[in-house]
Ligand binder design. Sequence first.
Ligand SMILES: [Zn+2]
Length: 349
Amino acid sequence: MKAITVEPKKTGTAKLVDIPEPGLHEGSVLVQAIAVGVCGTDVEIVEGKYGWPPPGQQTLVLGHESLGRVIDPGPSSGLKRGDLVVGIVRRPDPVPCPNCAVGEWDMCRNGLYTERGIKEIHGFMSEYWRIEPEYAIKIDPTLGILGVLLEPSSVVAKALEQVSLIGRRSFWEPKTALITGAGPVGLLAALFAKLYGLDVHVLDRIVGGLKADLVRELGGTYHSGSVKDLDFEPDTILECTGVGQVISESVKKIGANGIVCLAGIGHGGATREGSVADVAASAVLRNNVIVGSVNANKRHWYRASQFLARADRKWLAKLITRIERPENFAHALQRKPDDIKVVIQFSEV
Ligand SMILES: [Zn+2]
């Protein structure tokens, strides 16, 4: 079968090759790939900056944003042939740490977890893949190819859960949410925050265009300036850019008792204004919480599948701005200015 593989930590090694079909040891459910989403992590792996092959192997099958059709459900999965499924990405560490032991692999304490298409387990960019039944999430069949948005949705579902759990430490009636960064995660966060009943604001550096239209279609407000110029104090901010200045301004702009959830990963970019002590003082005096959130466990994947099933299909479809064939994977990995989510399609839905 065809697969897109890479030699991690080496640049220019990504290629479409023939590999053997997956063995039973990779899971009792056999799935035919429909589509795989591409994200910044895939680009970093292909650029040789990130990624680990399975132990004893040179190459890693790329891809962690999956969607496939069950070909053989195996003996005990509860799935049926033809079901649309998405594979959970992370697996618990083998020790396991206390959090992995209770199924919270997203909160792994020792970093020894593995991840499909990223860390020591083959990903989903192959014509067929296998999965353990407990890591397959069945999606609403009417989603079709939009099911490929489940992985980024699971990240959003966890971040919003964290904000909601932290909010319960006191009486808290959040009304306004600011989302910084209108990429796939930011836009899905806007959609889900709207489903939570919040007044949604999205800020991005891009002026106008599809991203602004998508936010307006949700009934949200789009901003293209800087966080410090906003004329309101959000009750919660979901930070999806990882940009130092946006983070620093978000921490200053958050309302009293508000929660800033950091979901973006950046590098450097520390601003000179505002020392750590100033940030801390502001957080103390206004009861603010700054929380980091990464990855997702099974209940977040489940919740995300419910959110997606309720979402407007036409709106979701606009998030997929480009569909490429596997032989054009290199094209799929190139970022274009008007891309939101690029998908590699392996077979028809
Ligand atoms: Zn762990």
